[in-house]
Design a protein around this ligand. Structure first.
Ligand SMILES: [Mn+2]
Length: 236
């Protein structure tokens, strides 16, 4: 059987969305899982970290910008917008030393050899930055310098929270979308990779998720809840 990998990106502390994807994923029995960064920054950092750190099997974690920022306790002094910093420091305050240590040690990239697809590079933002955006409509001329030193023919990236699958600048570039804070889609977005590519949207109880978010104590809880219930068209 060809290897099949589940790619779960941008969970952003949405515990019920993560649970829904993990349950849906079981049906496909993927051989390996890639958790593509931005794990904890959001309404339920502790529950999400506990769940992720207890997963068994072949799990590869890569680091998102938000993981770097939470682990480093970034605030406005490190360049975060005030509202991002509020949430960031609240998350850092919720997490245990072992959660913070885990986030602080994540590698930036992972390469997996996939039957039929060759080597696949997993990153959070772009191959050269965890906070650089590649979108469905990013012009080829902008993408070319981001991928020029990449040897794999396929790149999986996240960060912008909207699914796409496009071939540009000589690379197939896939964004699995966001598990916890998707834009343009209601549900929890992820991807199954190998040998085909399947962009999936797992429906879950967004009303229950919004209720948990309101009780979480996270700053801007109402905005998180509104995002889950009525996803904006545009990604971050
Ligand atoms: Mn990100």
């Amino acid at each position: 059987m060809p290897k099949r990998v589940a790619a779960l990106y941008d969970i952003h502390g949405n515990f019920l969305a993560l649970e829904a994807v993990l349950a849906d994923m079981k049906k496909f029995a993927p051989d390996e899982i890639v958790i593509g960064g931005d794990l904890a920054w959001g309404p339920e950092p502790v529950a999400v970290m506990e769940r992720l750190m207890s997963l068994t099997g072949k799990i590869h974690f890569i680091r998102g910008n938000a993981d770097r920022e939470v682990a480093g306790r970034y605030g406005v002094g490190q360049g975060l917008e005030p509202w991002v910093a509020d949430i960031n420091l609240w998350c850092a305050g919720q997490l245990s030393a072992s959660h913070m240590d885990f986030l602080g040690r994540l590698p930036e990239q992972k390469v997996l050899n996939m039957d039929g697809l060759g080597n696949v590079l997993f990153v959070h933002g772009s191959p050269r930055s965890d906070e650089e955006s590649i979108r469905a409509d990013t012009p080829e001329v902008e993408i070319m310098p981001m991928v020029k030193d990449v040897s794999p023919n396929m790149i999986v990236c996240g960060h912008t929270h909207i699914q796409f699958d496009r071939t540009v600048a000589g690379k197939r570039i896939l964004n699995p979308g966001s598990v916890g804070l998707p834009s343009g889609t209601k549900g929890a977005c992820w991807a199954l990779i190998g040998p085909d590519i399947e962009l999936r949207v797992t429906e879950y109880d967004c009303v229950a998720a919004a209720e948990r978010i309101r009780r979480s104590g996270v700053p801007m809880a109402e905005d998180f809840a509104a995002h889950i219930l009525h996803p904006p068209a545009e990604g971050p």
